[in-house]
Design a protein around this ligand. Structure first.
Ligand SMILES: NC(=O)c1ccc[n+]([C@@H]2O[C@H](COP(=O)([O-])OP(=O)(O)OC[C@H]3O[C@@H](n4cnc5c(N)ncnc54)[C@H](O)[C@@H]3O)[C@@H](O)[C@H]2O)c1
Length: 247
């Protein structure tokens, strides 16, 4: 089955930069209509100003009311929501032991990475249920499978995202909505800028292919996962770790 991208609509969170932006550009290039959610409205608007299929929404995914308002607005504009991709994410303070993690930092990371992904799903699922069709991709991380020492909050949050994906995959398996996750190892984006160099070295040293992943490699796998060609896989976490995850 081919994907009729020109008739697809997608919401991508964290779309102002990094992985979310790269995927949004790919889906816009295919002719899909794409709502880009992020806290950074000005940056979003630079990407959408020349493309009538791009819609910018200033949304903090931690705030359910903001998420719901933007989702409902986009659905009214375009009539349906086929695809949801949760890319919004933060790492918090890294390169520290668990007992040194500030509770507020832990809560903040969990709020963006876990609550944020739950909020968008909760707002979007009723539309997908009505349509009897949908593709959801939660961006997790290899740290959620493997646990990165020095990254308690982040690794815990991404393990929770993987758990959420398994539950949702089962709950909606007969509804036409497929829910999957992806677990990248290191891909060079702005998210690394706030991290201690020792922490980035720790993560990259663990990649058997001895290199980082690329935005293109992410986009190729992610666009397959949200396409109609992906039709018999749900609740699964796709690996994008250069050989680090063997399970
Ligand atoms: N880059 C990597 O190496 C890597 C590896 C594994 C997983 N990931 C995951 O991929 C996702 C994207 O990461 P990235 O590398 O593109 O990072 P990035 O920092 O380049 O982009 C993240 C985007 O999320 C937005 N964002 C953060 N908090 C938000 C909030 N509360 N509401 C709305 N938007 C918010 C930021 O403004 C930013 O535009 C994240 O979930 C990250 O954990 C990244």
């Amino acid at each position: 089955m081919q994907t009729d991208w020109k008739n697809k609509t997608a919401i991508i969170t964290g779309a102002a930069k990094g992985l979310g932006l790269a995927l949004a550009e790919r889906l816009l290039g295919y002719g899909a209509r794409v709502a880009m959610f992020d806290r950074e409205l000005e940056t979003l608007e630079k990407s959408t100003k020349d493309n009538p299929n791009g819609y910018s929404y200033e949304v903090d995914v931690v705030d359910y009311d903001q998420v719901k308002k933007a989702v409902d607005h986009f659905a009214t504009e375009v009539g349906r929501i086929d695809i949801l991709v949760n890319c919004a994410g933060i790492v918090g303070k890294t390169n520290i032991k668990s007992h040194e993690v500030a509770t507020a930092d832990f809560e903040n990371v969990m709020a963006v990475n876990v609550l944020g992904s739950f909020h968008t799903f909760k707002a979007v699922a009723p539309y997908m249920l009505d349509q009897g069709h949908g593709r959801v991709l939660h961006v997790a991380s290899i740290s959620g499978k493997d646990g990165n020492a020095g990254m308690l909050a982040y690794s815990t949050s991404k393990a929770a995202v993987i758990g959420m994906t398994k539950v949702q995959g089962k709950e909606y398996a007969q509804s036409g909505i497929l829910i999957n996750a992806i677990a990248p190892a290191v891909i060079r984006t702005a998210i690394l800028d706030g991290m201690a160099p020792e922490q980035v070295k720790y993560m990259t040293d663990k990649i058997p292919m001895d290199r980082c992943g690329t935005l293109d490699e992410f986009v190729e796998m992610a666009s397959f996962i949200v396409s109609d060609q992906n039709s018999f896989t749900t609740g699964f976490t796709y690996d994008l770790s250069g050989g680090r995850a063997l399970y």
